[in-house]
Design a protein around this ligand. Structure first.
Ligand code: NAD
Ligand code: IPM
Ligand code: MN
Length: 365
């Protein structure tokens, strides 16, 4: 069998700290299920690399990464050293756009053992997917400055929505909703205030819905939608939103279920023409970097999404079960501070790897 080639790109800060446990968990599950994973690490797409080379990545990064089946990515950003727009537009946002990873898929689930900051919610009550448009929208490089340095200084940045770009993310979201028992899709909009692009988004939603009569559709303006996330999170099944709205909702959602430290993300090129990228939702967390305190579960769960993407359902199920079991036990010496424990990246990461190994013994026999 041809190996599945995975480019390991740890990046900066806690990205570097959580990555080894993601790889360890993947290697553990791969050996149990005999999955031919092959890892190769890269030091580019990091601010260290920028300091040495004056760019976030080598010119031929695309040629280097194209042969890989997936990219396993940590986090990028050292804002005290390199401005965030430089580091992110020089790395992660390039991957997303140039590898046409137009879906950003982010699950949000209240897991057993994780303290939910919302009153009266129990595991199972919150279980939805955010489908975020990932290549256009508010994240555009069209715009500029005029009259710089004068009192008429003006900055403009355009939002771009293309018919192809909007329709393909909507189609993906409708398909995902249709595959789930509740078959419910919520569209995030702001067509009362953003009066050109958002009404267009709404029109395409209505048009696309005609192909999915069995999917229950609703839409909310982004402001009240954030309120519903907090007050009625159980109403959601699949949520689709533009690049910026999806970004905001995918920190808010995991925060509502306890911690953003466990949230994973798949940047997917569904056409399979380019490698997809799997990463935690969180960033490089400079405030805790270098201390071994980062929660490794977002990184590990992103690896689980990668296996799912490759079609290794049984192995992915074992990995998810292992994460659930370790979270459910939430032993104070194992789990990290963001979950109320006093464990470390190492204690938590090794506990999940150990749980995969013991579950795997049963599953592969
Ligand atoms: P962040 O996600 O890095 O951190 C936000 C807060 O959550 C911090 O207090 C941090 O300590 C905590 N946190 C995050 N992940 C955690 C984990 N695994 N375990 C425990 N606590 C965790 O967001 P930020 O502070 O806005 O950004 C920091 C840097 O990361 C910036 O440079 C930003 O641009 C970048 N960033 C990168 C990505 C990415 O690479 N995908 C995503 C978000 C932010
Ligand atoms: C994310 C991050 C990125 C985004 C930043 C770092 C550019 O917040 O992956 O959610 O906004 O997409
Ligand atoms: Mn974000």
């Amino acid at each position: 069998r041809a190996p599945l080639k995975i480019a390991v790109v740890p990046g900066d800060g806690i990205g570097v700290e959580v990555m080894p446990y993601g790889v360890q968990c993947l290697k553990t599950v791969a050996s149990i299920f005999d999955i031919p994973l092959q890892f190769e690490s890269f030091d580019f797409a990091s601010c260290d690399y920028y300091q040495k080379h004056g760019a976030m990545m080598p010119d031929d990064w695309k040629k280097t990464l194209l042969p890989f089946d997936a990219i396993y990515f940590g986090a990028v950003g050292m804002p005290d050293i390199v401005p965030d727009d430089v580091s992110l537009w020089g790395s992660l946002l390039k991957f997303r756009r140039e590898f046409d990873q137009y879906i950003n898929l982010r699950p949000c689930r209240l897991m057993p053992g994780v303290r939910c900051p919302l009153a009266g919610r129990k595991p199972g009550d919150i279980d939805f997917w955010i489908v975020r448009e990932n290549t256009e929208g508010e994240y555009s490089s069209i715009g500029g400055k005029i009259f710089e340095g004068t009192d008429r200084e003006t900055v403009i940045q355009e939002t771009v929505m293309t018919r192809v770009g909007v329709d393909r993310v909507l189609r993906y979201a409708f398909e995902l909703a249709q595959s789930r028992p509740r078959k419910r899709l919520t569209s995030a909009t702001k067509s009362n205030g953003i009066s050109i692009t958002m009404p267009y988004w709404d029109t395409r939603v209505v048009e696309m819905a005609k192909n999915y009569p069995d999917v229950a559709l609703d839409k909310y303006h982004i402001d009240i939608l954030t309120a519903h996330f907090v007050q009625k999170p159980n109403m959601f099944d699949v949520i689709v939103g533009s690049n910026l709205f999806g970004d905001i909702l995918s920190d808010l959602g995991p925060a509502c279920t306890g911690t953003i430290g466990i949230a994973p993300s798949g940047n997917i090129n569904p056409d399979g023409k380019f490698p997809s990228l799997f990463e935690p939702v969180h960033g490089s967390a400079p405030d805790i970097a270098g201390k071994g305190l980062a929660n490794p579960v977002g990184m590990i769960w992103a690896g689980q999404m990668m296996l799912e993407h490759f079609g290794y359902k049984d192995a992915a199920a074992v990995m998810l079960k292992a994460i659930e079991n370790v979270l459910a036990r939430s032993e104070p010496d194992v789990v990290t501070r963001d979950m109320g424990g006093n464990g470390t990246t190492k204690s938590f990461g090794e506990a999940v790897a150990g749980e995969i190994a013991s579950l795997g013994k049963g599953a592969s026999n």
